[in-house]
Design a binder for this molecule. Structure first.
Ligand code: SAH
Ligand code: SF4
Ligand code: F3S
Length: 444
């Protein structure tokens, strides 16, 4: 007889950035504390939670499509709870829209009350009515760590929430509220505890880590935080994202240079290479200032690699503006970049701008941009052949039958081993390079 488990099961579906991935770990933690165990698939679950993103229209469409697809399952399983949270629900009018479109959704919550999910489930129990609870304003930072971490040997640690920058295309400040920094003591205690548990890589998260502490009178800055964390002398890697170029400076560069544990990889989203577009985007730097920072970074840390976020098709972008972006990509020698087609977000300043760019032009530009970025990535990858790199093993790739990990610059390396290597630092002699990934032989 098949043994039936009495435990209730959860399934969390995540869209969006690392911040959301980590918040899904918090959601999973809350559910586990209430006795739920992880379901293997949606159809086994007693509760399905969508942790949504609305950074671009396709992220939203994706979530809407997947929520809609659950209607059938809910019919056959009326006790199934469906909860929708994350950035999408936090937009003006989104909760209403969800309720109308998907009356079978049980709970709608936002980014500011994620920690209350347990209480919302209680409120739902015994009532047929949907529970819709979106806070307009951010609450106090909750320091209870509920996270059920799923990314060993890496662990994500929030250092701040929200964003004050209001780049004109971006929805994040509207759905995540103003910047709030966690106390340095709380962050350091969390990092120390993770290192004690054997985590080998810590990634600090914030929309703009360089503004860490600004809301507390800058008594403790981001470079100071990095230095403090690096007082732990055992071998581990420290990463952070994201840095906004406008306040990326020498003090931070020196902190990276001085500390072995901080990876020599900086993710510095440039968005565009055209000063006119950067001004319209409210990014507060010029292409030249950006490149000066890159130069300074490479002066202190010659082997430092750089990745970026780049957008095409911002309103009014001309062929000349776009070419300036291509020139900047070459000049900055990005190791790789996330490339995006501008997507109109209702409520943002750019959404009101005239001269939105046609889909056709956007498509043509993104293809040219992707090709350039990929060419650079491949060129830089091929330089790895014959070299020995150190990777931190993260996972076993079933399909390839190989272990995989990343070097400090984020390049993926694959190798064969007879024992479980997850969490080990491995020296790999690279024998093959293809696109972004590398294959090598483990050196003893
Ligand atoms: N806080 C980070 C970015 C978070 S959003 C920073 O400032 O660097 C991640 C990326 O999504 C952005 O860097 C931008 O390139 C892209 N993005 C944001 N809004 C967008 C929009 N409306 N359309 C297309 N891409 C967008
Ligand atoms: Fe969005 Fe700009 Fe804030 Fe980044 S810094 S989250 S792009 S508003
Ligand atoms: Fe992240 Fe998307 Fe929200 S990128 S902050 S989950 S809008």
């Amino acid at each position: 007889m098949v043994e039936e488990t009495m435990e209730k099961q959860y399934f969390v579906i995540t869209y969006g950035c690392q911040m959301n991935v980590h918040e899904s770990e918090k959601i999973a933690g809350i559910l586990r504390k209430r006795g739920y165990v992880e379901a293997k698939s949606e159809s086994d679950a007693d509760i399905i939670v969508f942790n949504t993103c609305c950074i671009r229209e396709n992220a939203e469409n994706h979530a809407y499509g997947n929520i809609g697809a659950l209607k059938k399952l809910k019919k056959t399983k009326p006790d199934l709870l469906i909860a929708v949270g994350g950035c999408m629900t936090q937009q003006n009018g989104a909760a209403e829209k969800l309720r109308k479109k998907f009356p079978f959704v049980d709970i709608v919550f936002g980014t500011h009350n994620l920690d209350e999910l347990g209480a919302l489930i209680d409120r739902k129990t015994g009532t047929k009515k949907a529970i819709i609870d979106i806070w307009e304003k951010e609450g106090e930072i909750n320091e209870t760590d509920n996270s059920f971490r799923t990314s060993f040997p890496n662990a994500w640690v929030n250092i701040m929430y929200g964003c004050n920058n209001f780049c004109t295309y971006c929805i994040v400040p509207y759905v995540r509220g103003r910047e709030r920094s966690r106390d340095p003591e709380a962050i350091i205690a969390e990092v120390n505890s993770l290192l004690d548990q054997g985590y080998k890589e810590i990634t600090l998260l914030g929309q703009n880590v360089n503004s860490y502490g600004n809301d507390k009178g800058s008594a403790f800055t981001f470079p100071q935080l990095l230095r403090k964390i690096c007082e732990r002398k055992e071998k581990f890697r420290l990463r952070f994202m994201t840095s906004n170029p406008k306040d990326f400076g020498e003090e931070l560069i020196r902190a990276i240079a001085d500390n072995e544990q901080i990876c020599n990889l900086v993710h510095l989203p440039v968005q565009s290479g055209s000063d006119r577009i950067l001004r319209l985007m409210n990014r507060k730097y010029t292409a030249e200032q950006y490149l000066e920072k890159v130069k300074l970074l490479r002066r202190y840390i010659p082997d430092c690699q750089l990745t970026s976020d780049i957008m095409v098709g911002f309103p009014t972008e001309t062929e000349e503006d776009f070419r300036a972006t291509l020139d900047l990509v070459k000049e900055a020698k990005f190791a790789t970049a996330f490339t995006f087609v501008y997507s109109k977000r209702s409520g943002t300043i750019a959404a009101q701008m005239e001269d939105q760019i046609s889909e056709e032009v956007k498509k043509e530009r993104i293809m040219r941009l992707v090709e350039l970025v990929n060419t650079q990535t491949r060129e830089q990858s091929s330089a790895y052949r014959g070299k020995t790199i150190e990777i931190l093993c993260e996972d076993y790739d079933e399909k390839k039958g190989l272990y995989m990990g990343r070097d400090e610059y984020g390049r993926m390396g694959y190798f064969q081993s007879d024992k479980n290597e997850v969490g080990n630092f491995i020296k790999l002699k690279i024998t093959e390079t293809s696109g972004v990934s590398l294959v090598g032989q483990k050196e003893e």
